[in-house]
Design a protein around this ligand. Structure first.
Ligand code: GRF
Length: 204
């Protein structure tokens, strides 16, 4: 199957280590994608600096400057369009995207969640799983929809919770998997191998 080079718009709110993994995978030829722009809802997000260092357009879109959530999403849409993005990648973006963006990129908005969905959805997936005492947690890459952490699942990988595991040690293991799984799932998309049937995503 042919491989299209994706044009990614990456949405972040924080450190951007997943963004870094995507930029590295792209630079090393493991991911047929260009990072067209990075958008943050937080001015101080370190991910913006990572993007600038790599020569990628980095834009802070200030929520406070937009009277409604709809206007905020329209501003994000405008930036994505300006940079001719074809695939939206949420990488630690801590907000829901509105229908303005979702409907403009059908099955082209992805999210990564640090738990095996549908378990431990929400903002603290790693901590919640650890505190629940699970023996296995993991990473989920899925299509985003209008509900947090709910859309069709593209890829999952399990991570064992070992005896004596701490939040810091589990976070480190989770991030290692995230940084491998997200570029991989996007590469499947670039290769045209991702087919969605209802809630089920097939990798051909
Ligand atoms: C990751 O754990 C991701 O799964 C979650 O937010 C975190 C973002 O980390 N959605 P980073 O900003 O990519 O370092």
């Amino acid at each position: 199957m042919g491989s299209d080079r994706l044009r990614l718009g990456v949405l972040i709110s924080g450190s951007g280590s997943n963004l870094q993994a995507l930029m590295d995978a792209s630079a090393e030829g493991r991911l047929s994608a260009e990072i067209a722009c990075v958008i943050s809802d937080k001015e101080a997000a370190y991910g913006l600096e990572r993007a600038r260092k790599a020569g990628v357009p980095a834009v802070w879109v200030d929520r406070a400057a937009c009277p409604t959530m709809r206007e905020y999403d329209l501003r994000i849409l405008e930036v994505l369009r300006r940079h001719e993005v074809d695939t939206v990648v949420m990488a630690g973006y801590m907000r829901l995207l509105g229908t303005e963006v979702l409907d403009s990129f059908p099955m082209r908005v992805l999210n990564i969640h640090p738990a095996l969905l549908p378990s431990f959805a929400g903002a603290n997936g790693i901590r919640d799983a650890l505190e629940h005492g699970v023996k296995v947690t993991g990473v989920t890459v899925h299509f985003a929809n209008e509900v947090f952490d709910e859309g069709p699942i593209i890829a999952q990988e399990a991570v064992r919770v070992d005896e004596g595991e701490t939040l810091a040690s589990l976070e480190a293991k989770m991030h290692e998997v995230e940084h491998r799984l997200y570029p991989q799932a996007l590469q499947w998309l670039a290769e045209g191998r991702v087919r969605v049937e209802g809630r089920t995503v097939h990798i051909d």
